[in-house]
Design a protein. Structure first.
Length: 651
DNA sequence: AGCACGCCGACT
DNA sequence: GTCGGCGTGCTC
């Protein structure tokens, strides 16, 4: 045991076995510079190498029974890791069976010396607080304000329309709601962090905030910013002044003085799912942070994700409906192309209305993205084929061979359709998406503007034009679209993912919310419950139905699932302990690439912490312990155990 | 990941 | 005798 100033640090390493606090002596020469939250350099393994590390806390003595090494250097004496962000990172990593340092890499941007110098020289004036927040409009008066004051968790229905700000900019009404909520919180000298899917949403939110608060109070952390600007924005957020931090999914981890609101817009959008290890979804990070603080939590979207619906049903999050009953005018139409629409194959009614609408202003046409992977459907009724053992999607393995379940690997031999009892499978033939040229021919005298995943437009003006957008890339239109055509619905629904229907309802709802008041929104070729949900604007009820059916299948989010990838032997060994936990079952393993196999661990929310801890322990074992020598096998590094909790790629 | 430690085969 | 081979284990 050592005494004297000791820094407890987290080494910046992806190795699971290093995901713990290590103690280092603080030499006298660094005593002034080392404080909790600063980045330091420490020797690892008797002078072997130098690693970056975060000082999590300082202590007077160490419990470590050995000689301590010394902190070698301080990268900067500016504390960047705030205590509450550390707690959040630790908990998020634990939930995802991953490393806290991986979370911190998302949470804290790289250092830029010049930006830091400039900030030190002039940290800037944050500007005045708003006198008092404006009433949050559209809901029961005072309802949202009360929730904000009490640190409530709320699921807000977004008002499905666009609104004109006093500055003349048009934004989604959701952006005004979030701006009003953040301004309300700021008026009480507290901060907000708001995560939105992409920069086009940020633009809207920033415009809405610009009407209500001093722009210096708004901090934007944007993937398109230069590293220098991002670091400067981060430094501003570490200050004592209450701010509104706006950005993408990792904004949930932003430092914020006296946090009063955590908000997530459109949590069902795939961009809110973190692809980097340990893959903690922004929604889950927000839930963790809210629980660790006394801040309020707001989920707001045009639709209801099945995950948030579950939270509402268990009473953890409170449903806050709109008071005003505005909703898009949705028309369900059969797929019977008008001959005049030529190659564009647009139904007559929709085509006629769109022809008239386009004289008045912009008309939106939503199409699918080109090139989806084909999936297996029932040859007789075209219902997507699901595994008879576990309900997972069936597919033909990339390596060839007979169709099998992508989840549990069960062969599709003896498959029988659950709808029509058919026994033959076929690959669904998905028609090509309509092109801008085809659509242009259907509207010969109109300008055509394209917005797609590669070059998405933020907005279009109110002039007449045909706006062809792939789903999710629809620009906002000044004054709203005079008509909206949702064309590729049938095709969009043909994807071998558990979430297709939910995604489609979200894409359609988001597009419908861009329509001008009273403008028709045509959903072409899709009926059934999902069409009705759009037409009656009852997405939460649809999400409740969807959740019920996933409960019957024991699929997320009714339960949780983790994927575990390793060699067959390693999986057998590693999952032995996991199986012992009550309420846990294991699907598979099924082969994936490189001769590795993937098992799926299924468990309840109550077992989440235990399963995550057990899987993390197995990952450490796999990373540190050599496999017992097997006769006839070359020695070498055996495969590690890759764990992904709540893997979004699981169908 | 790296890197040091350590216990068996061919060597000046 | 001992140099170094790679298997093994640890990182305050």
């Amino acid at each position: 045991m050592a005494s004297g100033p000791v820094a407890r640090v987290l080494v910046d390493s992806p190795l699971p076995q290093l995901d713990q606090l290590l103690d280092y002596r603080v030499p006298a020469r660094l005593a002034d510079a080392v404080s909790a939250g600063v980045r330091v350099r420490v020797p690892l393994r008797t002078g072997g190498r130098i690693a970056d590390a975060w000082v999590v806390e300082l202590a007077g003595r160490s419990e470590f029974r050995g000689e301590l090494s010394e902190v070698q250097d301080v990268v900067t004496d500016v504390p960047l890791l705030m205590p509450d962000v550390w707690r959040l990172a630790r908990a998020a990593a634990d939930r995802g069976a991953g490393n806290a340092s991986d979370i911190l890499r998302l949470a804290i941007p790289g250092r830029y010396v010049r930006a830091e110098k400039a900030w030190r020289a002039d940290p800037g004036e944050p500007g005045a607080l708003p006198a008092s927040g404006r009433a949050i409009d559209g809901y029961e008066p005072g309802r949202v304000e009360r929730g904000l004051a009490e640190g409530e968790r709320m699921a807000l229905h977004a008002d499905p329309r666009t609104v004109r700000l006093p500055s003349g900019t048009w934004v989604g009404a959701w952006a005004v709601t979030l701006a009003e909520a953040a301004a309300h919180v700021l008026a009480h000298d507290r901060s907000s962090v708001i995560g939105v899917p992409d920069y086009r949403d940020q633009e809207q939110l920033q415009a809405a905030l610009g009407e209500l608060v001093d722009p210096r109070r708004v901090i934007r952390t944007d993937a398109r910013q230069s590293g220098r600007d991002r670091y400067r924005a981060f430094l501003d957020a570490t200050g004592e002044a209450a701010r509104i931090v706006v950005g993408n999914r990792s904004t949930v981890y932003a430092p914020a003085a006296r946090l009063g609101l955590i908000a997530v817009f459109d949590d069902g959008d795939g961009l809110q799912s973190e692809p980097l290890a340990p893959g903690v979804h922004a929604r889950d990070a927000a839930l963790i942070r809210q629980e660790q603080s006394d801040a309020a939590l707001v989920f707001i979207a045009q639709t209801r994700s099945v995950e948030v619906q579950r939270l509402v049903e268990v009473g953890w999050v409170h449903d806050v409906p709109l008071r005003r009953g505005t909703r898009p005018r949705v028309v369900l139409t059969e797929q019977q192309p008008a001959p005049e629409s030529g190659g564009a194959r647009i139904p007559s009614a929709a085509w006629r209305e769109a022809q008239e609408a386009i004289a008045q202003g912009p008309v939106l046409v939503q199409v699918a993205r080109p090139g989806h992977a084909p999936m297996l459907v029932c040859d007789r009724c075209r219902e997507p084929a699901r595994c008879t053992a576990c309900g997972g999607a069936l597919a033909v393995p990339r390596s060839g061979g007979p169709a099998s379940c992508v989840l549990c690997g069960t062969s599709a031999n003896g498959w029988r359709c659950r709808i029509c009892e058919g026994t033959r499978l076929r690959a669904a033939v998905v028609g090509a998406s309509r092109t801008a040229e085809e659509l242009g021919r259907a509207f010969p005298r109109s300008r055509v503007v394209v917005s797609d995943g590669e070059r998405p437009l933020v907005r279009v003006d109110a002039e007449p034009k045909l706006v062809v957008a792939t789903r999710g890339a629809e620009p906002i239109a000044d004054g709203g679209y005079r008509s909206v055509l949702l064309l590729d619905g049938e095709r969009m629904l043909l994807r071998e993912s558990l979430r297709v229907a939910e995604d489609c309802l979200r894409w359609w709802s988001n597009a419908a919310a861009l329509a001008a008041p009273g403008a028709p929104v045509f959903l072409v070729g899709v009926g059934g419950a999902i069409g009705t949900a759009l037409a009656t604007w009852t997405q939460p009820a649809w999400a409740a139905e969807e959740l019920a059916s996933r409960r019957a299948l024991r699929f997320p989010p009714a339960v949780r699932m983790a994927s575990v990838v390793s060699s067959r032997e390693r999986l057998a060994e590693g999952l032995e302990r996991i199986r012992g936990i009550g309420g846990v079952d294991v699907l598979g393993p099924a082969p994936v690439d490189d001769g590795l196999e993937r098992a799926v661990v299924r468990f309840g929310y109550a077992q989440g912490a235990e399963v995550a801890a057990a899987l993390k322990a197995e990952a450490i074992r796999a990373a540190t312990e050599r496999r017992r020598p097997v006769a006839g096998r070359r020695p070498g590094r055996p495969p590690t155990l890759r764990v992904r909790m709540d893997d979004p790629d699981l169908p």
